[in-house]
Design a binder for this molecule. Structure first.
Ligand code: BEZ
Length: 210
């Protein structure tokens, strides 16, 4: 089992989900995708993660991102868990959940880490861009719930960097200054000296307000 890396094509798949069969390449429809795995239905940390992602789904939609979850559970288990979350927490899960009983998708995305568990997927997140390229991956162990603020921030940073040919500094938040790539030729350095919008700290560290 290998893990798709940043810049690799995201493996395509067809899977059984709570919203019917889905083929990633067709379902994606030109949007970004956040594919996440959780260890198991009806477990406490996973319930907090799933309900928070569902509660904040509109924030992902506003960023052109479709969420899709996965675990090695049956479709019956997924549907019963979603019913329970609706009844007990008053939250509807609006995105599909993959029932990956044959572990096909989990294997393709390297979501099974036998040293952590032989039977359940770890907490993996793949950010996939509209060209179906893996743009980021995040892995958490079974015991630690993910931070949805950070996932939203990561998407903002990726989309801002792509749209503006820039990078984002440590702890960056939308609205803050971004990093301009270093000027690597004599001409580019001269041009930069004249560009009043660029705030230069050193030749290799320069910021800009978008
Ligand atoms: C949980 O979601 O609470 C959980 C699932 C698997 C192992 C440990 C914790």
């Amino acid at each position: 089992m290998s893990i798709p890396r940043i810049g690799d094509p995201a493996p395509d798949f067809t899977a059984v989900t709570t919203q019917g069969p889905i083929t990633l390449s067709e379902w994606q429809g030109g949007k970004w995708v956040l594919l996440f795995s959780h260890p198991a239905d009806f477990t406490p940390v996973c319930t907090t993660e799933l309900s928070e992602l569902a509660r904040r789904n509109a924030e992902f939609e506003a960023r052109n991102v479709k969420l899709i979850g996965l675990s090695i559970d049956s479709i019956h288990s997924h549907l019963a868990w979603l019913d329970s979350i609706r009844e007990k927490l008053g939250i509807d899960v609006p995105f599909p959940m993959i029932a990956d009983l044959d572990t096909k998708v989990a294997q393709a995305y390297g979501m099974l880490h036998p040293g952590e568990s032989a039977t359940v997927t770890v907490r993996a997140v793949f950010v996939i861009d509209p060209t179906r390229t893996v743009r980021a991956l995040v892995y958490y162990p079974l015991t630690c719930g993910r931070n949805v603020d950070e996932l939203v921030r990561l998407i903002d940073a990726l989309q801002t960097a792509s749209a503006n040919a820039c990078a984002t500094p440590v702890n960056w938040r939308p609205g803050e200054k971004v990093i301009v790539p270093p000027a690597l030729t004599v001409d580019a350095r001269k041009k930069r000296q004249l560009d009043g919008t660029i705030e230069k700290t050193t030749a290799y560290l320069a910021f800009k307000t978008l």
